[in-house]
Design a protein around this ligand. Structure first.
Ligand code: IMP
Ligand code: MG
Length: 181
């Protein structure tokens, strides 16, 4: 079923997104001055963020992607993260920045950090457009080095974020309210 766009209430405008992503790009460019970096986008939610962020970075930059799955189409994380598609490049000795759309429970990031640690990058940081700190379920806090916006514990869509595969193409971020039944 195609979800109803009228149930999406704007939360972060396209203009606010553009300004903040520009700031993150400038910060990354300053922090890594003199180095070259590899951005690893997590498909598919990071696509608009990755696309805007990379163009706000003024450093020698390579990009790669990998695909994970944890939601399986619903609105709650299943907890089990699955690697659907691995990256093409070897990240050994590289300065890697993982580019995510949102951190909720933190399961996805933990999975990635564990997986990448064994691949020997020179350094590894995390850029996430959104952070839902109330969604964290367990243990140690996760450090998001470059965070766009901290948001309440609501289900959001747009600018890459989806519900059952839809809404990724909305140019802003909005809160989706499911119909009551
Ligand atoms: P985590 O593993 O629970 O931290 O969830 C991370 C992934 O769940 C993100 O990369 C998103 O794909 C998805 N996700 C978490 N919260 C939302 C949301 O509010 N809307 C859409 N997708 C979400
Ligand atoms: Mg995702």
């Amino acid at each position: 079923m195609i979800p109803d766009i009228n149930r999406v209430e704007p939360l972060i405008t396209a203009e606010e997104l553009a300004v903040r992503v520009g700031e993150l790009g400038a910060k990354i460019s300053a922090d890594y001055a003199g180095k070259d970096i590899t951005l690893v986008g997590i498909l598919k939610g990071s696509v608009p963020f990755m696309s805007d962020l990379m163009r706000a970075i003024s450093l020698p930059t390579q990009i790669d992607f990998l695909e994970l799955s944890s939601y399986e189409g619903g609105m709650e994380s299943t907890g089990a993260v699955r690697l659907v598609k691995d990256m093409r490049h070897n990240i050994q000795g590289k300065h890697v920045i993982i580019v995510e759309d949102i951190v909720d429970t933190g399961h996805t990031l933990r999975y990635l950090l564990d997986m990448f640690a064994s691949r020997g990058p020179a350094s590894m940081k995390i850029a996430s457009l959104l952070d839902k700190p109330e969604g964290r379920v367990d243990g140690e806090p996760l450090t998001i080095d470059y965070c766009g916006f901290t948001i309440p514990n609501k289900f959001v869509v747009g600018y890459g974020l989806d519900l059952a595969g839809y809404f990724r193409n909305i140019p802003f971020v909005g809160v989706y309210s499911p119909p009551e039944d």
